[in-house]
Design a protein around this ligand. Structure first.
Ligand code: C2E
Ligand code: MG
Ligand code: MG
Ligand code: MG
Length: 282
């Protein structure tokens, strides 16, 4: 009987596995046509200057509007897109869309803020992301390069491939800003901060979640902020959900905050409204 039970359990597991594999395969197949079908959108989340409480920046976050499943999270589909190379097309679309939107905001008179786009290591590693083309487009649009921030994770900077360095330095030289995303979760090597002259550190939300006076996370945040400031970088804290987290971060000199306390990521039109009327009080 025990043997039978074991066997049926195995079968159940097998079916579940099969379903999961099928589901993933289906999703990555749907992803192939998503760009041509215009199923992607960028949402924008404000980044707040903690000293003034005003919107200083935004992060552009991709959204996939799947015809049957509704919105699919980037955490779910970006890994597929990286595996099958679609990330190149998606990444170029994100750049085009974000820069187009930045120009639209400039036309409305909003010129003193910048927008971060997330760039995958896969985009930088191959020939897919043509940095000359990107820089040319900024010039054609008349968009000051400093209004664009490229958000990278630490694993990108670990990549020793010459092409990665070449692209990053070309962006730097042109005046595009660079932020190090999810800081503290990877193999942080401080020498990279210097080598690439990074502009912003984004403290990962895992350090912010349980922030409390006297806690270990508090000590870590303080240390990261102090180090960043000594190196001439500004600091953005991610995942700020509570007023007391904001107050603690402000107290230890954190420059910017981003999180649900201020606003969720919203469509461009809603972000325009935030720019016009300011954030609701919190
Ligand atoms: P990320 O770059 O670290 O983006 C921050 C994530 O935290 C976003 O999730 C955002 O919606 C979420 N978030 C913001 N405030 C809060 C908060 O107060 N609490 C909590 N719990 N979460 C908050 P999202 O939009 O689901 O994106 C997840 C990840 O997917 C991003 O992490 C980024 O790595 C990747 N991603 C998003 N858009 C793109 C893109 O256009 N290209 C690439 N390559 N990756 C992208
Ligand atoms: Mg990011
Ligand atoms: Mg992050
Ligand atoms: Mg700098």
């Amino acid at each position: 009987a025990a043997k039978d039970a074991g066997r049926s359990q195995f079968r159940f597991y097998d079916i579940k596995m099969h379903e999961a594999v099928r589901e993933r395969w289906q999703l990555s197949r749907d992803l192939l046509g998503a760009l041509e079908k215009g199923q992607f959108e960028l949402h924008y989340q404000p980044v707040i200057d903690l000293a003034t409480g005003r919107i200083a920046k935004a992060e552009a976050l991709i959204r996939w509007r799947h015809p049957e499943r509704g919105f699919v999270s980037p955490a779910q589909f970006i890994p597929f897109a990286e595996d099958n190379g679609i990330i190149i097309g998606i990444g170029n679309w994100v750049f085009d869309e974000a820069t187009r939107q930045l120009m639209a905001w400039r036309d409305m008179g909003f010129e003193d803020f910048n927008v971060g786009i997330n760039v995958s290591p896969v985009q930088l590693r191959g020939e897919g992301l043509d940095h000359r083309q990107w820089l040319q487009r900024l010039q054609d649009l008349g968009l000051p390069p400093g209004q664009l921030v490229v958000e990278l994770t630490e694993r990108v900077l670990m990549d020793v491939a010459p092409i990665v360095t070449e692209k990053l330095l070309a962006f730097r030289d042109a005046g595009v800003q660079v932020a190090l995303d999810d800081f503290g979760t990877g193999y942080s090597s401080l020498s990279y901060l210097k080598k690439f002259d990074i502009d912003y550190l984004k403290i990962d939300q895992s350090f912010v979640r349980n922030l409390a006076e006297g806690s270990e996370d508090m000590a870590l945040c303080e240390a990261m902020i102090m180090m960043a400031h000594k190196l001439g970088l500004q600091v953005i804290a991610e995942g700020v959900e509570l007023a007391h987290q904001r107050d603690l971060l402000k107290g230890i000199g954190c420059d910017f905050g981003q999180g649900y306390l201020f606003s969720k990521p919203v469509p461009a039109a809603a972000f325009t409204e935030l720019l016009k009327s300011g954030l609701p009080a919190n």
